[in-house]
Design a binder for this molecule. Structure first.
Ligand code: TMP
Ligand code: MG
Length: 212
């Protein structure tokens, strides 16, 4: 165990297949934390508001084509361009609840057949999340939730491969969350995990770097 550092906000990532319920859970967690007087913000990747994010959005919407390697690096650069703001927020005590991060980056590109190590390389050195909460749902169940198939990657066969790539990314910060339940039940599972991590980071859990 590393020595305690300065008090800071927690960096919590929600991961999972498309339609696993991440965005809903992120919003609910931030509302919950704020109601408890905890400074918190909802973030998401890709961040479609930046110049790089707009290129990514156009690609996902099939309005443009990009080489698989090039778009992988764009997704990664979209995290790097937010890095200093992210670190500043954490230092000033704001907890960040983040919808997707480098784990999506690796899982989705590796699912296209690119080597795992190549996919991980551009992420090395980014701030590592304190917890990765993986909303686990069978791809078939996600499909039944509707709104699926509007964007690139939202295809059953591809999501199956993505799920198998996520399995290979499990590390010490990773926790599987059963996401087949209703939103309130899932939220009830997430809250105590997040509460504990907010406390741990307040007490100075050192921020580490990918990949720990
Ligand atoms: P979203 O649905 O959460 O907005 O994400 C859009 C898609 O982008 C989703 O299918 C996952 C994919 N993705 C990547 O391929 N690489 C990444 O680094 C990230 C963050 C998302
Ligand atoms: Mg999506």
């Amino acid at each position: 165990e590393a020595e305690a550092g300065p008090s800071r906000g927690a960096f919590i990532v929600l991961e999972g297949l498309d339609r696993s319920g991440k965005s809903t859970q992120v919003q609910k967690l931030v509302e919950y934390l704020k109601s408890r007087g905890v400074e918190a913000e909802a973030w998401r990747f890709p961040d479609r508001t930046t110049a790089m994010g707009k290129m990514i959005a156009s690609y996902l919407d099939s309005k443009s084509e990009l080489d698989d390697c090039a778009v992988h690096l764009l997704f990664s650069a979209n995290r790097w361009e937010k890095r200093s703001l992210m670190e500043a927020k954490l230092r000033e005590g704001t907890t960040l609840i983040v919808d997707r991060y480098s784990y999506s980056g690796v899982a989705f590109t590796a699912a296209k057949g690119l080597p795992f190590d190549w996919c991980k390389a551009p992420e090395v050195g980014l701030p590592a999340p304190d917890a990765v909460l993986y909303l686990q749902i069978p791809p078939e169940a996600a499909l039944e939730r509707g709104g699926y198939g509007e964007e690139r990657y939202e295809k059953l066969d591809f999501q199956r491969v993505v799920a198998s790539k996520y399995e290979q990314l499990r590390d010490a910060t990773w926790q599987d969350i059963d996401a087949r339940k209703g939103p309130d039940e899932v939220q009830a599972v997430l809250r105590p995990i997040v509460d504990r991590m907010v406390q741990t980071c307040k007490q100075g859990r050192p921020l580490s770097r990918l990949w720990p």
